[in-house]
Design a protein around this ligand. Structure first.
Ligand code: NAD
Ligand code: ZN
Ligand code: ZN
Length: 342
């Protein structure tokens, strides 16, 4: 990919693993809406990355070959690739939260990973710079399924985990945007808490998917949505609102539909902004962002999926059709996640 352009399929050499590194034969690479933001919205120079690089930051596959000193995985092992690649040594990285590495200059790439500044998984092989970035897949999980969990699953899981204390049997969670992240997010709320879930989207097919995935209520994302959420919550508002869009309209919606003491978490990076003041939301509402998730959380999530508690709804594309996957995603035609299977 390159800035302000459409992705191209090109031939690149097969990587070989150096000391400590692993080459993964890709079994699935998810197409994330963030890639569309990267390709279309980001200005050159916004990210400290050299282009071109191969897209695909949501990957799983089988170990193809290992470099000197690698003994935690072996050829043929099915693995999920943890996507944010940090320095591996700072306090955050040691705790497994490489998404918040505090020494990015010592990481393989500044604030990125495979598919984000370095070559990613929309290819037959992916070079992973360290074996700690691989999580072995439970037997019942195929790489083509696990791929989407590494970002479309992990990102909502992290956001949800953070608000767990507010997800009680009497509370309500609103999931805004039932695409790749949202369809997994709403299932993860249902699987890990006993709270009620209202799904909000502006596509009918997305709301139908939400109902199939266990949403208790669905609401069309228009200027009646706030009243609809207040009606469904006896006037109180929702305790946790997860915004998987991040547009001005959805942030406004989330804030206006929040219950006092609630959480509004902005996960989507559509770039919306709203003015903030003491009175711009109900009392003691926390407005927060989150970025991706930690390695331990990925392990937990894979376990949940292996037990059948979360289902990845996906449409599969061949590597030759990867550009089509992105076109379909941009056109709102993807159900769940688009996954490229080389
Ligand atoms: P997606 O295209 O699969 O899903 C987006 C969904 O939002 C679609 O169902 C769409 O119909 C819906 N939507 C769009 N506008 C809406 C509106 N105004 N109201 C209600 N619903 C609306 O995208 P995705 O891959 O799930 O990514 C979602 C967002 O999250 C993107 O902005 C992406 O860049 C971002 N993201 C953030 C992180 C993070 O760590 N914070 C990680 C991954 C993705
Ligand atoms: Zn992503
Ligand atoms: Zn670090």
């Amino acid at each position: 990919m390159d800035w302000k352009s459409e992705p191209e399929l090109v031939v690149v050499p097969k990587p070989t693993p150096g000391p400590g590194q692993v080459v993964v034969k890709v079994g699935g690479a998810g197409a994330c809406h963030s890639d569309l933001h990267l390709m279309h919205d980001f200005e050159p120079g916004m990210m400290p990355w050299t282009t071109p690089f191969t897209l695909g930051h949501e990957n799983a596959g089988w170990v193809d070959s290992v470099g000197e000193g690698v003994d935690t995985v072996a050829e043929g092992d099915a693995v999920a690739v943890y996507g944010p690649w940090g320095c591996g040594r700072c306090e955050r990285c040691r705790a497994g939260a490489e998404n918040y590495c505090e020494n990015p200059a010592a990481a393989p790439v500044i604030s990125g990973g495979g598919g984000l500044g370095l070559d990613g998984g929309m290819a037959e092989y992916l070079l992973v710079p360290a074996d700690r970035l691989l999580v072995k897949l439970p037997e019942s999980l195929a790489p083509a399924t696990a791929a989407a969990l590494t970002d479309a699953g992990l990102t909502p899981y992290h956001a949800i985990r953070r608000s767990w204390p507010k997800m009680t049997p009497t509370s309500t969670v609103v999931v805004i945007g039932v695409g790749g992240l949202g369809h997994l997010g709403l299932q993860l709320v249902k699987a890990t808490t006993s709270t009620r879930v209202i799904a909000v989207d502006n596509r009918r097919e997305a709301l139908d998917l939400a109902t199939e995935m266990g949403a208790d209520e669905v609401v069309v994302s228009d200027d009646t949505a706030v009243d609809a959420i207040r009606d469904l919550t006896g006037g109180r508002g929702a305790d946790v609102l997860l915004d998987f869009v991040g547009a001005e309209a959805t942030i406004e919606l989330a804030r206006a539909a929040a219950r006092p003491l609630g959480d509004v978490t902005i996960v989507g990076i559509a770039g919306g902004s709203v003015p903030l003041s003491f009175f711009s939301q109900p009392y003691e509402v926390s407005i927060q962002t989150t970025y991706w998730g930690s390695r331990p959380e990925l392990t937990e999530l894979l376990e949940l999926a292996a037990r059948g508690l979360v289902h990845v709804e996906s449409t599969t594309y061949s590597l030759d059709d990867a550009a089509q996957a992105y076109r379909d995603l941009a056109a709102g035609k993807v159900r769940g996640r688009a996954v490229v299977v080389p």
